[in-house]
Design a protein around this ligand. Structure first.
Ligand code: AP5
Ligand code: MG
Ligand code: ZN
Length: 215
């Protein structure tokens, strides 16, 4: 299963991708997570990326493309993967197509998780993530049992640097201008599957599985 997850910031791409990972043990390739790891490690790439991420802008294509290409060549991607947050503009989508044909791979579907714009701000300002295991919570919608502590592993929860109201507004603008055109890109290829991203996390997951024809 080789998938692209499309959707606005806060739509639930990461939440749903993690459920697919659990069920099918294929890797989630989140360019946002890879970039945040590079920022945390303090690499040159991370330092460059941080200046864009803090503003809510896209990191330059060459940085992201190199990262994805390296990741796709790893052995665990042979049986499938979920690209989460990539591609994010038309150039990245075209370059992904070239990369995949060179690797003799083909995408099965681009899944779009659709959430009304007005819901996204609350999802993002309320998001909390476990430092240790990556589990995601939301103080408004699925709060942890103990404030600031992960239910799963007891780890400490943190708030992402780019989940501030001003930065979120910019991310949503960038999404509308640069990423939204990808719906047509994949629709024209005949592989777009649109799923409503509101309601319970489990229900949305069931709808994604049924759109993909898997159980
Ligand atoms: P990235 O990390 O990809 O962030 P994003 O696209 O803005 O998406 P998010 O991760 O914020 O949202 P999500 O859809 O994963 O939602 P989640 O599941 O967490 O990118 C960050 C930055 O990195 C970019 O701004 C850019 O600078 C850079 N970057 C990344 N990729 C790049 C690329 N390809 N090219 C260039 N630059 C790139 O859910 C959100 C919240 O909602 C959580 O709290 C969750 O618990 C809650 N929630 C989930 N589902 C539900 C539900 N059904 N009901 C209620 N709440 C829910
Ligand atoms: Mg995410
Ligand atoms: Zn945890």
């Amino acid at each position: 299963m080789k998938l692209v997850f499309l959707g606005a910031p806060g739509a639930g791409k990461g939440t749903q991708a993690k459920k697919l990972v659990e069920k099918y043990s294929i890797p989630q390739i989140s360019t946002g997570d890879l970039l945040r790891a590079a920022v945390a490690a303090g690499t040159a790439l991370g330092k460059e990326a941080k200046s864009y991420m803090d503003k809510g802008e896209l990191v330059p294509d060459r940085v992201v493309l190199g990262m994805v290409e390296e990741r796709l060549k790893q052995d665990d991607c042979k049986k499938g993967y979920i690209l989460d947050g990539f591609p994010r503009n038309t150039l990245q989508a075209e370059e992904l197509d070239k990369m995949l044909s060179a690797l003799n791979m083909q995408l099965d579907a681009a899944v779009s998780v659709d959430v009304p714009f007005d819901d996204l701000m609350k999802r993002l300002t309320g998001r909390r993530t476990c430092k240790a295991c990556g589990q995601m919570y939301n103080i408004y919608f699925n709060a942890p049992q103990k404030n600031g502590i992960c239910d799963k592993c007891g780890g400490e929860l943190f708030q992402r640097d780019d989940d501030k109201e001003e930065t979120i507004k910019k991310r949503l603008d960038v999404y509308n201008a640069q990423t939204a055109p990808l719906f047509d890109y994949y629709k024209n290829k005949g592989i777009l599957k649109s799923v409503a991203g509101t309601g319970s996390i489990d229900n949305i997951f069931a709808n994604i599985c049924s759109a993909l024809g898997i159980k």
